[in-house]
Every structure is written in C-alpha cells, then in structure tokens.
Design a protein around this ligand. Structure first.
Ligand SMILES: [Zn+2]
Length: 213
C-alpha cells in the first residue's frame, strides 16, 4: 500500500536575468534587457549571430554574441531557422542561459519570481503520510529550494530546517546543504509527513488545490 503522493512541479522563471554592462550613452553601468531580436550577418560562408539587448534606461543596444565566424555548414539548421525568424522559444531559452551571460558580464541580476505548475504523478492509495516532489526546471532558476518549498507549501523555513535535521526532509540532488541552494532540474524532495498534524493541507498545497495562507 503506497502512502506517498508524488507531484511533478515544473518551475518557470518569470523574468530573464539582466547583465550589467557599461552603457556608452549613460556613461556608466546599467542593466540590459533582451529585446527578443536576433541579428545574423553573413560574410561569404561565415556567419556571425547576436542576440540584441537594450539598456534599461536609454535603449542603447548591446549585441550578445551567439557565435562568430562560423561556417554555415557547422550551424544546426534549426538554430539558423530560429535566428532568421526571431523564434520566441529559442530567444527565451538563450535569454535565460545565465551561465552564458556570465562569460559576457561580471554582474548578472537574477530574479527569483517563478511560476509553478503541478501535475500529480501518483496519488497515495492509503492515508498520505509521505510527499515526493519531482522538480522540473527546463530553464535556469535562481530561487533557493527552501524559499520555493516555503512559498509553495506554506511551511516556514525554520520548520523546513527542523524537518531536514530530523531526517524527515531529504533533497536528493547529490549535494549537502541543498536546501539553501538554487533548485536544479531533476531535484527530488521527499517529505515524511507522518508526524505533521497539518499533513492533509500540505499535500493539498503540493497538488495546488489549496493555496498557501
Ligand atoms: Zn544607457
């Protein structure tokens, strides 16, 4: 008899990270935002591609290099197609690539706001005493695991820490202190609720049918 409710949480960040760069017009460091537009430049069979960013204050542009002087044969056709059509899905993927942005700027502003969509993978067949969360994060997100769990399950961070210390909250991501780290795709969270009197409410918040107070 299974006592475990398993829910898939898909986490999507709401705002793309902003690199801070020296703006020529503002004469100082300013945050730049993705314009959603790409630029492709051909020189013979060599291609350059950029994603265009704009200064948040004055609209001056910065061209973020995607690739430079690449032979057209080495570019995957779907990438070429996305670049030629400002494909919104492709642009979104690249604009959230915070590791790529770090190569261009020493200061990246990240936003923790995210939207969580839930899908029950397995209901508990008997009384629900355990909750398993499978976290899917297709884009990089900067929210810490404890903040996410606190906001979505309505549990204080001190209670989460206590549950972890008691061995009733485990994060299977292969690293210690995972509760204080940004969440990663594939993170699994297992919560033993057998001693929690409000376990039904916690389970309903995990399913998304009850909102945190
Ligand atoms: Zn500016």
């Amino acid at each position: 008899m299974s006592h475990t409710l398993t829910v898939l949480w898909t986490i999507e960040p709401q705002a793309a990270p902003r690199p801070w760069l020296a703006c020529r017009r503002c004469r100082g460091a300013r945050p730049f935002e993705c314009s959603g537009k790409t630029r492709l430049n051909a020189n013979g069979r060599r291609l350059d591609a950029w994603l265009i960013y704009r200064c948040a204050d004055c609209d001056d542009t910065w061209n973020r290099p995607i690739f430079e002087r690449q032979n057209v044969r080495n570019i995957p056709p779907e990438t070429l197609d996305a670049l030629q059509n400002n494909d919104p899905g492709w642009v979104r993927q690249v604009s959230f690539d915070v590791e790529g942005l770090r190569r261009e700027s020493g200061r990246i502003e990240e936003f923790a706001d995210c939207r969580v969509t839930r899908r029950v993978l397995a209901e508990a067949r008997d009384a629900c005493t355990h909750l398993e969360l499978v976290v899917h994060a297709p884009l990089a997100v900067s929210i810490r695991a404890d903040r996410l769990l606190s906001a979505e399950l309505g549990l204080s961070r001190s209670r989460l820490t206590r549950l972890e210390e008691e061995g009733r909250l485990t994060l299977q991501s292969g690293s210690r202190k995972a509760l204080q780290r940004p969440i990663r795709d594939g993170l699994r969270v297992v919560l033993d609720l057998s001693k929690e009197r409000d376990r039904d409410e916690i389970a309903d918040r995990a399913r998304g049918i009850l909102l945190p107070a």
